[in-house]
Design a protein around this ligand. Structure first.
Ligand SMILES: N=c1c2ncn([C@@H]3O[C@H](COP(=O)(O)OP(=O)(O)OP(=O)(O)O)[C@@H](O)[C@H]3O)c2ncn1[C@@H]1O[C@H](COP(=O)(O)O)[C@@H](O)[C@H]1O
Length: 95
């Protein structure tokens, strides 16, 4: 899988977990807690990425940025917004 397919693959894994809601799935646990909880987690992960960027070095920032993207991807799935919807918007903004 090429790097630029990873975000699409992650989204599809998240959709699968939201459909099947397996016992040991963190994604399913998030879904059970609802959109408000997931949205707060996105905020938390954004703050953790900010702190890592300011004080914790490159590796910690990469890890927290990955947490942020994952949680945002779960919120997008709950909002029925696909990566393609996001890519189209980002493409539209390109000068
Ligand atoms: N990329 C991720 C990913 N990044 C972070 N996390 C989870 O997000 C949490 C982030 O840590 P936090 O400390 O903020 O959260 P926590 O304290 O563990 O949990 P809370 O008590 O805060 O709810 C951890 O529990 C991580 O396991 C992720 N969980 C899953 N994925 C992807 O989603 C797929 C499906 O995962 P499951 O739903 O668990 O099968 C996996 O195959 C991965 O590809």
């Amino acid at each position: 899988m090429s790097e630029n397919e990873i975000l699409d693959k992650l989204y599809n894994i998240i959709l699968d977990r939201l459909r099947s809601m397996p016992e040991n799935s963190y994604t399913a646990e998030l879904a059970k807690k609802g959109k408000g909880y997931i949205a707060r987690k996105v905020g938390e992960e954004a703050v953790e990425a900010i702190v890592a960027s300011l004080d914790e070095g490159r590796e910690r920032f990469i890890s927290e940025a990955a947490d942020l993207i994952y949680h945002l991807w779960v919120l997008m799935a709950v909002e029925n917004v696909s990566p393609d919807d996001l890519y189209k918007e980002l493409k539209r903004r390109m000068k």
